[in-house]
Design a protein around this ligand. Structure first.
Ligand code: FES
Length: 342
């Protein structure tokens, strides 16, 4: 702000700020003199700035369209490639849409909006009715002075880009539905489905599971599913072979293991991380995310950490060819707790 020329009656207040009352005007603390911008005096510079603002608004609109294309036109076929492409397109499109609206607004304000200095009077927060009416008039006049009315292309571009920008958010609301039904409670495990190695899907013979060993397991038919990643997130299992005598007997789990081979869901019941660490000596399973610990000797009951439920057990048996198979699905939903969990 430049030095302000004050009426003589105010100068004493400026010069005596500590004279027991609030000065009417304060000294300029040393701000440099106001510099007028080129766009204020050079019509060519103003037109150039106008084109730049329009270009930024155009890029914003383009980004929004790209994000919509990423959402609607890239089919998610369950592979990482399409998922990554869709996420990148969505993210970049949304980012460009918002970024260029911001830069256009800043550039518009810095180059084309009125650049006159004004004195901001201090007064009680609520003015008189007359002052409020005057303020409303000033606001209206400022809107007219902003020049947007004289620059219909910029106004149109601004309205267009701002109108398009929220559309991806509206489109993303689609992801809140449809309701999952019982899909969170059921998995690919069913009577006769073989237990197979993750990720090769090679079926596992009971004889290959030696005492003390642990296997990461998927249903043999996992890759036949069109949404195999979703299915894997529910059906992943760990099998461990222990001396059958170390596991507490439970009548309701009679026949769920095969000679000390136990199968439990690998998905932590806290918030769903894979429980991937098995301590052979203690028979504890550890979740690396928040250290929930499950005790195999107590049918994977929680003995430490934030998880609230035991890992669901998968009942298994051996088929005629010696392979491990499930005898049913889990008897309760695997993974993190969720609303209406049965
Ligand atoms: S997800 Fe396993 S402890 Fe939190």
């Amino acid at each position: 702000m430049s030095d302000v020329q004050l009426p003589n009656s105010d100068k004493s207040a400026v010069d005596q700020p500590d004279a027991g009352r609030t000065p009417v005007r304060f000294r300029n603390p040393g701000l440099p003199a106001h510099q007028h911008r080129r766009a204020d005096s050079d019509p060519k510079a103003a037109r150039r700035a106008e084109r730049q603002v329009l270009a930024m608004l155009g890029l914003s609109a383009l980004g929004t369209v790209v994000s919509l294309v990423g959402y609607f036109a890239i089919p998610l076929d369950g592979t990482f490639g399409t998922l990554r492409l869709s996420n990148i397109t969505l993210g970049l499109g949304l980012g460009f849409g918002i970024f260029f609206i911001g830069t256009a607004a800043v550039h518009l304000a810095k180059t084309l909006m009125p650049d006159t200095e004004a004195i901001d009077e201090r007064h009680p927060q609520r003015g008189t009715d007359e002052e409020r009416a005057t303020a409303a008039e000033i606001m209206t006049a400022s809107g007219q002075e902003s020049g947007l009315g004289r620059r219909p292309f910029i106004l149109g571009g601004l309205v267009g880009a701002a109108a398009l920008a929220p559309l991806p958010a509206v489109a993303l609301l689609r992801d809140l539905g449809p309701l999952p039904g019982d899909s969170l409670s059921t998995t690919l495990w069913a009577p006769g489905v073989r237990l197979a190695l993750d990720p090769s899907a090679e079926p596992i013979r009971a004889a290959d599971v030696t005492l003390g060993s642990v296997f990461h397991v998927i249903p043999e038919n996992l890759y036949e599913s069109s949404h195999f990643l979703d299915e894997k997130a529910k059906a992943a299992v760990l099998i461990m072979r222990v001396d059958p005598g170390v596991v507490q007997y439970r009548a309701d789990r009679e026949g769920w293991d095969v000679d000390g081979i136990y199968a439990f869901s690998k998905i932590c019941t806290h918030v769903g991380c894979p429980v991937a660490l098995y301590e052979q000596q203690t028979h504890h399973l550890l979740c690396p995310c928040h250290q929930s610990t499950f005790d195999l000797t107590q049918h994977c009951k929680v003995i430490f950490g934030p998880a609230k439920r035991a890992l669901p057990q998968l009942p298994i048996e051996v088929d005629d060819e010696g392979y491990l198979v499930a005898t049913s699905d889990f008897h309760e939903p695997p993974g993190a707790s969720f609303w209406e969990r049965g």
